[in-house]
Write a protein that binds this ligand. Structure first.
Ligand code: ADP
Ligand code: S3P
Ligand code: MG
Length: 199
């Protein structure tokens, strides 16, 4: 359905997805790349490969965030140099780092995927991959009877408040908490078309 509606339109430069943890950068990034028939890259996976298979959490633990950010910037720089058309899902912290942000703003079409913090809290509590940057929360005392994790929601609200302006520097902004994957994908495509004045 989506393929028929949008046919073969591609904005002509890489598309980079930025935003909060759990907003769907990796999931939607893969779908977007599949839609365009172009390669998909995820900066977290690229860093893990470059580190000989060490996981993101191990890199954080053993070397710290500064080393991780620097590795992240190198792999992003490399993929932008080597691959002309692709979709890149960044890790949540990448776009907050000034040099990486500049690199992405200058060389890609950046898409800020956004969602309500309460929605992200719900998604993250179901997500298989452990999420760094979110301290271990005492789930026993912060869970409500209807299964909401209030401490996680509060933390994500604070993160959102702090970061929304920076993520908002992206070229386009797409809500990612309403509807199915297909609907979100269609919203990304609509925003890209508007941005590039493609009718
Ligand atoms: N409409 C939706 N859009 C994006 N992700 C969704 C949606 N509904 C549920 N999810 C779930 O939310 C999680 C998003 O995780 P992921 O794609 O890894 O996000 P990120 O890379 O931004 O951290 C996945 O487990 C995905 O299945
Ligand atoms: O930038 C970061 O510090 C991280 C990004 C996350 O990726 P997502 O934003 O894709 O969840 C995740 O790998 C990890 O928690 C650390
Ligand atoms: Mg991801």
């Amino acid at each position: 359905m989506i393929r028929n509606t949008y046919r073969e339109f591609y904005p002509g430069k890489p598309i980079a997805l930025v935003g909060m943890p759990g907003v769907g950068k990796t999931t939607l990034g893969k779908l977007l790349a599949e839609f365009f028939g172009i390669p998909f890259f995820d900066s977290d996976n690229m860093v893990e490969k470059a580190a000989g298979g060490l996981s993101v959490s191990t890199i954080y633990e053993q070397f710290g965030e500064t080393v991780f950010r620097s590795a992240e910037q190198s792999v992003i720089r490399r993929v932008l140099k080597e691959e002309s058309s692709h979709v890149l899902a960044t890790g949540e912290g990448a776009f907050l780092e000034p040099q990486t942000r500049m690199l992405l703003l200058e060389n890609t079409c950046t898409v800020y995927m956004c969602a309500k913090p309460s929605h992200l809290a719900d998604r993250l509590s179901r997500k298989a991959r452990p999420q760094l940057g979110l301290p271990q929360l005492d789930t026993a005392t912060s869970m409500t009877s209807d299964g909401r994790n209030l401490a996680l929601e509060k933390l994500l609200e604070e993160m959102h408040e702090e970061r929304d302006k920076l993520y908002g520097l992206a070229d386009v902004r797409v809500p990612s908490d309403q509807g199915s994957y297909d609907e979100t994908l269609a919203r990304v495509l609509d925003e890209l078309k508007l941005h590039f004045h493609i009718i």
